[in-house]
Design a protein around this ligand. Structure first.
Ligand SMILES: [Zn+2]
Length: 407
């Protein structure tokens, strides 16, 4: 069997799947808006939303096609084995040459699309706040973090394969999971590379949020406001960190557009996630996912014979990671279905927590404001919702909140 043909066929299948999803998404732009969210957009805004969504979706399709064509050609013409010895011979220079080449090529293809998305589409609809300077700095930071992670993983795979043999999947899975934990733990520090955080100012809002926390016996290290408005007018709030390091982050865009009641409602929802330990539960699936990746990585580096089909003389660990990435994109939709189903259940429960705190009505108006401000799809394709939505649709959430308020 020629493995190159197999990989090229896989790439085509992955791309066809993405196109099918985009088709479903585009069809949903004509769906009737459910009654309980009919007041989110007025007629003019609704038409603007449709136009915006079509432009975003077209860009995504072309972007993903460009990525597909690049991967297809690089593999077809054995480009990876051609650059293998650029940094010298030996296992590590060879894997670094391939990994850096892949990361850089992907980055270069992404830049024009990211630029068009931020500077043209988001700008045209008034969401963009990034200056060209912030945009360029972000891209450079992304490239550096990308190179560090991909080279680190490929080096680790090579080192572990030599030391551990058949124990590789288990140990590699543990290491991957530790990296995920580490990133979650250090997320507050990482996010400082991109944004500035300031403690929430004293005043009514802080007092009410603090009393919500103490009432529930819930401790956080700080409530911080993030300068999200540097990049976009879209808003959000989230929890980060573990144990005593837990921090609640509010986007400055959220603080400036919502009423105190609405912010408390969103906050009570986030606290619901914290009290129910939703992140910890999500991590159980992450462990499973890491184990699958580690097993695939082991199988991929153990079949030394496949590499000759791509022009290599033996195993190249950098190229192995690229193959694992392709294998993962076949499996990811399955994991996506499971994780997004669990996540949607968590969202309903966190909403119920906000209702329990007496913020049902404020949560509804807050969520409507968020959807309006973020230009959300009010009637997405039910298939796409099942496949990948981490949150139920606004209409589903409001129906569930109203039901909980009656109980
Ligand atoms: Zn949530």
């Amino acid at each position: 069997m020629n493995f190159k043909i197999l990989v090229l066929v896989l790439l085509c299948l992955i791309n066809l799947y993405k196109l099918w999803e985009s088709r479903l998404e585009r069809k949903s732009f004509g769906n009737p808006i459910p009654d309980n969210v009919s007041d989110v957009y007025d007629t003019v805004t609704y038409l603007r939303w449709k136009q915006y969504s079509r432009e975003k979706s077209s860009l995504r399709i072309v972007h993903s096609l460009a990525g597909f064509v690049l991967s297809f050609l690089l593999i077809l013409f054995n480009a990876y084995s051609a650059v293998e010895n650029v940094l010298g011979t030996g296992i590590y220079p060879a894997l670094l040459s391939v990994t850096l080449f892949e990361t850089l090529a992907g980055w270069l293809v992404d830049i024009p699309f990211e630029w068009y998305d931020t500077m043209k589409i988001e700008e045209k609809y008034g969401f963009n706040r990034s200056s060209s300077r912030t945009f360029a700095a972000d891209q450079v930071k992304h490239l550096m973090i990308g190179c560090l992670i991909s080279c680190g993983l490929a080096c680790m795979l090579a080192a572990f394969h030599g030391w551990l043999g058949a124990w590789l999947p288990l140990v590699f899975a543990c290491v991957l999971f530790l990296i995920v934990l580490f990133i979650t733990f250090l997320y507050p520090f990482f996010s400082r590379i991109f944004n500035k955080f300031t403690p929430l100012e004293d005043g009514e809002l802080k007092d009410r949020l603090t009393s919500l926390l103490t009432k529930n016996g819930y401790k956080v290290r700080a409530i911080q406001v993030m300068d999200a408005s540097r990049r976009s007018s879209k808003s959000n709030a989230y929890f980060t960190g573990f144990g005593k390091m837990k921090t609640i982050v509010l986007y400055d865009t959220l603080v400036s557009t919502m009423t105190t009641d609405e912010i408390c409602a969103v906050f009570a929802h986030e606290m619901g996630h914290g009290i129910n330990k939703d992140t910890t539960k999500g991590q159980a699936i992450t462990i499973l996912q890491m184990l699958v990746i580690a097993c695939l990585a082991y199988l991929t580096v153990s079949c030394g014979e496949i590499y000759s089909d791509f022009g290599f003389e033996g195993v190249n660990y950098g190229f192995a990671m690229i193959l694992v990435g392709i294998e993962m994109s076949v499996i990811t939709p399955l994991f996506g279905m499971l994780t997004s189903w669990i996540s949607r259940r968590h969202e309903y429960r966190a909403d119920r927590h906000a209702v329990k705190e007496g913020y049902g009505a404020a949560l509804i108006s807050g969520l409507k404001k968020l959807s309006r401000g973020n230009f959300a799809n009010l009637a997405p394709s039910p298939v796409i919702v099942k496949l990948e939505y981490s949150h139920p649709t606004l209409s589903q959430r409001i129906a569930a909140i109203e039901k909980a308020m009656k109980e």
